[in-house]
Design a protein around this ligand. Structure first.
Ligand code: HEC
Length: 256
């Protein structure tokens, strides 16, 4: 199960909590004749609030870990997503301070709550919603065909390009440097010694198999170089690697 999928599930859980939080708030503040016991509603609100914060921080941890490992610029979708997340955190902090310390401002707490709820919907539709949509709720088959569709588009574009015959270096030093590079840049998302999925596919036998695991392109060094420099879909680009570093990486991948 990929991190993206777990993150999407957690985000949808955030939505459920948000609905619960809004419901309990409106039932307490918005109705003159109460339908449910106020104490219970308050308890539901408080517990959901804590679970919300806990889930929020867990997801944030996944995201920061991903960004730190990918070492790449955020896409515009990801930038907007992080901006909304930071805003929610700030509003939550203000809200808690109004509840606990600045009690004079208590009246405004409800508006902060509504703002947080609306932003949460925006936040989740930009990430979990997006991912669930393109993977048809985690059933990876349609997601794969989408990826393959993009890949065939790329092959079409490549047809006119001359493919260079690339000779893979086989000396131990290069392989060693390649392994270090792999450990620092790729191992967060790829297993080297198995074909299991982590964030991306396991790369065991990547150059020995006939086809690359996701795009189904021929498993040629030039296609791997292309994936490293201009990856399709979710993998970050490593355009900044020098030609020597890429040679070393290929030397290592060739041993798998
Ligand atoms: C942040 C996660 C991440 C990092 C870091 C990463 N990859 Fe990937 N990689 C992916 C994902 C995800 C895919 C699957 C394609 C997709 O869905 O975008 C992938 C696919 C691949 C593929 C298969 C491409 C195909 O055409 O099937 C290769 C080869 C690959 N990566 C090599 C590398 C190498 C080499 C590095 C290190 C320089 C690296 N990756 C770093 C996430 C990552």
């Amino acid at each position: 199960m990929s991190i993206f999928f777990i993150k999407s599930i957690l985000s949808l859980f955030l939505i459920v909590l948000t609905v619960l939080l809004m419901f309990s708030m409106f039932e307490v503040l918005g109705r003159r004749e109460k339908k449910y016991s106020i104490d219970n509603l308050k308890r539901v609100h408080r517990i959901s609030g804590y679970v919300y914060i806990l889930s929020f921080l867990t997801i944030t941890y996944f995201c920061l870990h991903y960004i730190a490992s990918a070492k790449t610029e955020l896409s515009s979708r990801a930038s907007l997503h992080s901006f909304i997340a930071v805003t929610i955190l700030a509003l939550l902090g203000i809200k808690l301070s109004f509840i606990r310390i600045y009690r004079q401002s208590y009246d405004q707490v409800r508006y902060l709550g509504i703002a947080i709820a609306i932003l949460t919907f925006g936040l989740v539709s930009l990430s979990g919603g997006y991912h669930m949509l393109i993977s048809k709720f985690g059933t990876d088959t349609s997601f794969n065909s989408f990826v393959q569709y993009k890949a065939t588009m790329n092959i079409e574009k490549d047809k006119n390009k001359k493919i260079l015959g690339i000779i893979i270096d086989e000396d131990a030093e290069g392989i060693g440097r390649g392994k270090n590079l792999f450990d620092s840049k790729c191992s967060f998302c790829h297993e080297a010694y198995s074909a299991e999925y982590k964030v991306g596919p396991g790369l065991k036998r990547v150059l020995k198999n006939a086809r690359l695991p996701v795009s189904n392109k021929p498993a040629l060094p030039e296609n791997i170089i292309k994936q490293i420099k201009q990856p399709f879909n979710r993998m970050p680009s490593f355009e900044y690697l020098t030609d020597e570093e890429i040679d070393d990486l290929l030397a290592f991948l060739n041993t798998l």
